[in-house]
Design a protein around this ligand. Sequence first.
Ligand code: NAD
Length: 354
Amino acid sequence: MSVFNNPAFDEHESVHYFTDQTTGLRAIIAVHNTRLGPGLGGCRMYPYASSEDALTDVLRLAKGMTYKAAMANLPLGGGKAVIIGDPKIQKTDAMMRAMGQRVQLLRGEYITAEDSGMSVHDLNLMAEQCDYVGGHFAHFNYLGEPADGNPAPATAYGVFVGLKEAVAYQLKKPLEQLHVAIQGMGHVGFRLAKLLSEAGTRLTVTDIDTELSQRAAKAFNATVVDVDDIYDVKADVFAPCALGAIINDSTIERLQCKVIAGAANNQLEEERHGRILKQKGIAYAPDYILNAGGIIDIHHQRIESSPEKLKQHLESIGNTVVQVLQRADTNNLPTNLVANAMAEERFQQCGASS
Ligand code: NAD
């Protein structure tokens, strides 16, 4: 099947295939849209069953980055890279350098960053060969403290602000009167729990790693529930911070919350689940708006910026979420569709006359 016939193809501006016989590199870079700026998105290494699967993944992910960057008010577009192979056994330093050379060939049309199967070490190797790498160094975090490039603190803060504003709009409740159920106590979920706990929010948490949920119970006096019981918790907010597709036909009827606001990517299994949430009176804060803190952080580390500017940018996530909720109410539409339409307005109109 050709690129143009792939169901995930959405008028991507360019798709590049790269090989390197010496290192065994086989990679695809897709650039979806650069009207707002160069396509930024992570490089993923995964043992795809076929090059067709790799193509579908990179096309889908690159498109997602265009929408995320547009709604985060970034001068960036959407791009993504995939390397076909098992990172545990096939990845070598030479392969990473070869990948850096390939990214350099695109002369900034695409800026790469970390994704699954890749590490900061790998990005540093690519950066030896390439000027277009993000997220492998950090000058500061949003609090003005030294930082190591891990995007999770910025992501968690963006989710916290988005959740707070969504609840203020939807429930007219301050954080100290809230009960939030968080799925996943990993890098983002735990930090989100800390921010909420400091604001006086009551927490219920779960994680497949019981040590992590017990750690949260101890640190934040959180109630711990079994992994499958998180959907039934009678809380004001459900915050998915573990994995995607958790809003689906089997979970949606069980939800007791009034707001969904979390970090996980692709929370809705299908777009139609957004409409069902609307019908149930649950306000869904679109995932890619809430979890944009990581790319906002990467952007500020690449330009002349400051912790204050980074923090202000992260806090703009709150405004964006409220705009989406308002527009969804006014037009009686699901928030996921409103967010997509707003993103399209931004990246399609920009530069349209040129
Ligand atoms: P992580 O791997 O550190 O944490 C995920 C946690 O979820 C782990 O502790 C894992 O044990 C737990 N988990 C997995 N399956 C579960 C289940 N069925 N029920 C309950 N817990 C389960 O990942 P993270 O960096 O905290 O990211 C969390 C989510 O946010 C992911 O979906 C990620 O793609 C998304 N995200 C993260 C960032 C970031 O900056 N880290 C940025 C954007 C989006």
